[in-house]
Design a protein around this ligand. Structure first.
Ligand code: PMP
Length: 455
């Protein structure tokens, strides 16, 4: 069958049988899939139409080691041949899950030395909320149930994590959501430090703790660098201020490292940039570079030891908690990240990427606030970035630039979920090389030039 014929057949079947995530269902039912991927290697992805795209966002910022890494397929194959799946319920175990847990304990900061396995990011955050609340229960503090999250934070789509997500479309979808979650304003360093005269003190984490009462609050969840909210790097001192607040009021600090973890930002974890040790780290995505579904909640020893006093069946767990094949892939993925120096490469290439973005900021008056750490980068498109003046809502700047890049075979992501917001994110796989970063910048340059002509 010719590729075109196969594409058309799959497209028709897809339209009829699949509801796609984070996709416009009406439009999709009319036009079908935009791309049908066929294969990939390094930072490149081939589609059925015969084009080769640069994956400038590592798909969903998760394909850290790049596409087409055979060693990961082999690790999965070897484990599948032995026993593809065995459960970790009822005290059963398997070697890959034990080896990976030990390895993760070594690469996490401080005494974050025990893990509860999940199969993805939402499950990890959901589990962290439950473990935090349950920890306080065990300690006799049964009212500590509230979770504080931040506006613009993204934590997933389960009933609990959708409510922790500070992006209204996700937060409000289907009118459901865990009521025991409060959204705070992000990145108000002065407020977190207790400056009540600050005009935005209301709504800060500290003000919420004071209003609700620390005896009602289980945890604060933050991404070290916010991802889907538009790549926001916190000001210096912010994460330390959150840690200090959590210590002052006896509240858990949960770091959602689902994007930042496993090297994306040029360090193993995002919190490593600020030497902060949270109580829980939630991981997924880069844990297997997306080759197979795996996640986990990594916790400090004191929390682990508290659960060790719980003398009954722990009523929590997923069929795929500690999945041996997923863990075997996770173990090999970590080995590759370290052996091939990919975390250091993310730092060096991240600096190159930032240089390129700064050049574009100088060249185009409407490009501003280029930012990021390692290979997690973004910038704003605004009528006047210096004055903080956004484009009129009718100008779909981010979507246009991303579409122009797409036409030039580069995949990047727009963030424009509130009126006037136009952010573009770039996050290539950690194997990216200097000439490829230059290629990405050259394409973004052309895409910005094409957008400029529409103004
Ligand atoms: N937290 C963060 C920071 C994320 O970026 C995501 C996914 N984009 C999630 C949680 C949810 O992960 P998943 O989609 O695997 O459930």
């Amino acid at each position: 069958m010719s590729n075109e014929k196969l594409f058309n057949e799959l497209s028709e079947l897809d339209k009829k049988h699949i509801i796609h995530p984070s996709t416009n269902p009406k439009l999709h039912s009319e036009i079908g899939p935009k791309l049908i991927f066929e294969s990939g290697e390094g930072i490149y992805l081939k589609d059925m139409g015969g084009k080769t795209y640069i994956d400038g966002v590592s798909m969903l910022w998760n394909v850290n080691v790049g596409h087409g890494v055979k060693e990961l397929a082999e690790a999965a194959y070897e484990q599948m041949e032995k026993a593809a799946y065995t459960t970790t319920f009822y005290g059963y175990s398997n070697e890959p899950s034990v080896r990976l847990a030990e390895k993760i304990a070594k690469v996490t900061p401080g005494d974050l030395n025990a893990i509860f396995y999940t199969s993805g990011g939402s499950e990890s955050n959901d589990t962290a909320f439950k473990l935090s609340r349950s920890y306080w229960d065990i300690k006799g503090k049964k009212d500590k149930k509230l979770i504080i999250s931040l506006r613009r934070g993204y934590h997933g789509v389960t009933i609990a994590t959708q409510r922790a997500t500070g992006i209204d479309a996700y937060r409000e979808f289907s009118g459901s959501g865990d009521p025991n979650i409060v959204n705070a304003k992000p990145h108000l360093t002065e407020c977190e430090l207790g400056d009540k005269s600050h005009p935005e003190y209301e709504g800060s984490i500290r003000s919420i703790i004071e209003k609700e009462g620390a005896d009602k609050i289980a945890a604060v969840i933050v991404e070290p660098i916010q991802g889907a909210g538009g790549v926001h790097v916190p000001p210096e001192g912010y994460l330390k201020a959150v840690r200090a607040l959590c210590d002052e009021f006896n509240i858990h600090m949960i770091a959602d490292e689902i994007i930042c973890g496993f090297g994306r930002t040029g360090k193993m974890f995002g919190v490593d940039h600020w030497d902060v040790i949270p109580d829980f780290i939630c991981a997924a995505k880069g844990m297997t570079s997306g080759y197979i579904q795996l996640g986990g909640v990594i916790m400090r020893e004191e929390i682990r030891d508290t659960f060790f006093t719980y003398d009954d069946m722990l009523p929590h767990g997923f069929t795929y908690s500690g999945h041996p094949t997923a863990c075997a892939v996770g173990l090999k993925n970590l080995e590759i990240l370290e052996r091939d120096g990919l975390i250091e490469n993310a730092k060096v290439m991240g600096d190159e990427l930032k240089k390129g973005l700064d050049y574009l900021e100088d060249k185009y008056a409407f490009v501003g606030n280029t930012r990021g750490r390692g290979l997690l980068a973004g910038f704003d498109l605004m009528e006047d970035p210096a004055a903080g003046k956004p484009f009129a809502g009718s100008i779909k700047a981010a979507a246009t630039v991303v579409e122009e890049a797409y036409k030039r075979e580069l995949l990047i992501r727009p963030f424009d979920f509130t009126p006037g917001m136009n952010i573009v994110a770039i996050a290539p796989p950690l194997v990216v090389q200097k000439d490829e970063v230059e290629k990405i910048i050259a394409i973004v340059d052309d895409a910005l030039g094409a957008f400029a002509k529409t103004l």
